[in-house]
Design a protein around this ligand. Sequence first.
Ligand SMILES: Cc1ncc(COP(=O)(O)O)c(C=O)c1O
Length: 386
Amino acid sequence: MRPETLAIRTQTTRTAEKEHSTPFFLTSSFVYDTAEDMAAAFADDSLDVNIYSRFSNPSVDEFIQKVCLLEGAEDGIATATGMAAVSACFMTFLAAGDHIISASAVFGSTHTILTKYLPKWGIGYSYFDMNKPESIEALIKPNTKMLYVETPSNPGLDVIDLEFVAALCKKYNILFVVDNCFATPAVQQPVRFGADLVLHSATKFIDGQGRVLGGVVVGKKDLVKQLYLFIRNTGPSLSPFNAWVLSKSLETLFVRMEKHAENAFYIANGLENHPALSWVKYPFLKSHPRYDVARRQMTNGGGILTFELKAGLEGGRKFLNSLQWLSMTNNLGDSRTIASHPASTTHSKLTEEERQAVGITPGLIRLSVGLEHPQDILEEILQALQ
Ligand SMILES: Cc1ncc(COP(=O)(O)O)c(C=O)c1O
């Protein structure tokens, strides 16, 4: 079966009730037939048996299985949020004395873990510029254990050649971790290009309607086993209810991502060369600095675009205040189009220099293009630019 079909037809074993839609297993723990079965479940943590929903749950397993199939990964583990997925990867595979190389253009909370928490635990980090992948090799040290990227990045929409980075990681025996949140597996499968682990904030396009938080990490079986043990023992597990919502959401992921991308491309073209803007950035616009790479590793440009207001920081505030119906919120990947101005909101506490380092310019507007009629979205933006 093709991924579009697998996203719909992968389901927990049908119960005796003969339900059509996928059932929902809202239970904290599971029972055993005998004392021996119970003892065996606890004695061997590789046994495929449910014990407790912090460890595993059929609704959560269904969601994980679908993401593995769509990403082309051997195994996976789900987490309560995207940040739990990021921090579980760091905490499972890095120890005091290790070093991680990351793109500087990463999500704000990931930046906070890298710069504030990892050094506190004796783990060093180096940042590289997504637009200069040739600078990575010089940063590799004997204790470098992990290389981390988001592509496209949040919010700068930088794109990196996954095959190039994967080859470098292989050469130096470094774990290659990719946050695939902006693209989703419907658009890009980093495992195919050599990533060892791929993670998501499932809160975004995977949910698609801004309802629940969730995260997932997929990749090689032996690595996922280590992550599983970390999550099982430390507790950032995905709730079965959220897993059920996310698994149902995956049924529509492919059609949604196609429409998000179609709308985003329409808006990007409609805004390019607008006199109030210095530039418009979208992976599938020819003007994107890594257009060729994006075309090679993504099936469409995704649902996010950014533009820079010539009027800078004040212009950003004025733009948001001029919106009539488009949502002003920090989430993304929703059926509703969302505008955000990172410099005055999510990244306002960073210094100007720090903002520049993570690709946030004063007049940067991030648009998560929804599923409304594209002409309505464009007209709403154009009136706010007046
Ligand atoms: C690229 C990326 N990674 C990770 C996260 C964190 O996800 P969550 O909010 O589900 O913890 C986000 C959230 O915006 C994100 O955009």
